[in-house]
Design a protein around this ligand. Structure first.
Ligand code: ZN
Length: 260
C-alpha cells in the first residue's frame, strides 16, 4: 500500500510540477509579447439623450471641466431642442451627432435618415458654434446606407462600431474614418453593460484603468456615470498619473495615424 501511495504521490507531484512550469512559461511569453505602447490615447465619449436630463450632464461636465479632460459629446437632436442651454455648456468640448430621434436608422428609409442627420447637424452647429464632423448611430447599429450618407455629407468619422464586432458591420467608405468603441473579450466597454446590466462599477473602472493598447475609446451615458461620479473622477485622475493622453474623437482624426 505504501508503495502505491508513494507512486501516486510521485505522479501527482509530476503533474503539479508540469502545471507550474507551464504557467511560468505562459506568464513569461505574455510578459515578452506584451508591449506598453509609447503613447496611449484615451477617448471618452458620452451619448446624450433626453433621459440624461440636466443634472446628470452637469455632473459629468463638472468632472470633465475641473480635471481639464478632453471628451466628445454625441448629442441627439431631441436633447438639443429640449435643452439648448446644456449643449452650449458642453460646447467647451467636441460636440458630435447621435441622430435626431434615437430611432434605429436601419429601419428608416434614405430620406428619413438624411432628414435625421441634417436637422441634428444644423441644430448642434447653431448651438455650439462648431462644425459637426462626427456621428454615432443610436444603439450602435449602422448600415452602409448611413455610412454613405455621412461620407457624402462630408463627415470626418463614424464612431458607431464595437471593436471586435467587425463581422456585424459593413465596410466603411475609405474617405470616412471609423473610431470603434473598445471592447474586452468581445464585451463593449460601455457603461450600459457594466454599470446597468452587470452592476459592477469597481470591475468596470479597473478594466478601464488597465487597458493598455495605443487607442482606447470608452462610451458612457451621463445618467449612468453620474451615479458613480467619484469613481469616474478617480479613474480619470489615475490615468492622468500614468501619462495617458486624453483626446477627443476630432483630435484623433487630426493626428496622422495612417488609418483608424
Ligand atoms: Zn444612444
Amino acid at each position: 500500500m505504501l508503495k502505491i501511495y508513494g507512486e501516486i504521490f510521485v505522479h501527482k507531484d509530476k503533474i503539479i510540477s508540469g502545471i507550474f512550469i507551464s504557467l511560468v512559461l505562459i506568464l513569461f511569453l505574455l510578459f515578452m509579447t506584451h508591449k506598453t505602447p509609447e503613447k496611449r490615447y484615451v477617448l471618452l465619449s458620452f451619448d446624450v439623450e433626453p433621459v440624461d436630463g440636466e443634472l446628470a450632464v452637469m455632473d459629468v461636465l463638472d468632472v470633465i471641466y475641473r480635471t481639464n479632460t478632453s471628451a466628445t459629446f454625441f448629442v441627439t437632436g431631441e436633447y438639443a431642442a429640449e435643452y439648448p442651454h446644456m449643449v452650449k455648456l458642453m460646447s467647451g468640448r467636441e460636440i458630435a451627432s447621435h441622430g435626431y430621434t434615437h430611432r434605429k436608422l436601419t429601419e428608416l428609409d434614405k430620406i428619413s435618415i438624411e432628414g435625421e442627420l441634417k436637422s441634428t447637424r444644423q441644430l448642434l452647429k447653431d448651438l455650439s458654434g462648431q462644425e459637426i464632423i462626427g456621428f454615432r448611430a443610436p444603439y450602435n447599429i449602422i448600415d452602409r446606407r448611413t455610412l454613405d450618407i455621412l461620407d457624402d455629407a462630408g463627415y470626418s468619422y463614424d464612431a458607431s462600431m464595437i471593436g471586435s464586432w467587425g463581422f456585424l458591420y459593413p465596410e466603411v467608405p475609405t474617405t470616412l474614418g471609423e473610431i470603434p468603441v473598445s471592447s474586452i473579450f468581445g464585451i463593449p466597454l460601455e457603461d450600459v453593460v457594466w454599470l446597468y446590466y452587470l452592476r459592477s462599477p469597481a470591475l468596470y473602472f479597473s478594466i478601464l484603468k488597465g487597458k493598455e493598447t495605443e487607442i482606447e475609446s470608452f462610451l458612457f451615458h451621463p445618467h449612468h456615470i453620474a451615479q458613480h461620479k467619484h469613481q469616474f473622477e478617480e479613474f480619470i485622475n489615475y490615468l492622468k498619473g500614468h501619462d495617458v493622453i486624453f483626446i477627443s474623437h476630432r483630435g484623433l482624426t487630426e493626428l496622422d495615424h495612417g488609418g483608424l
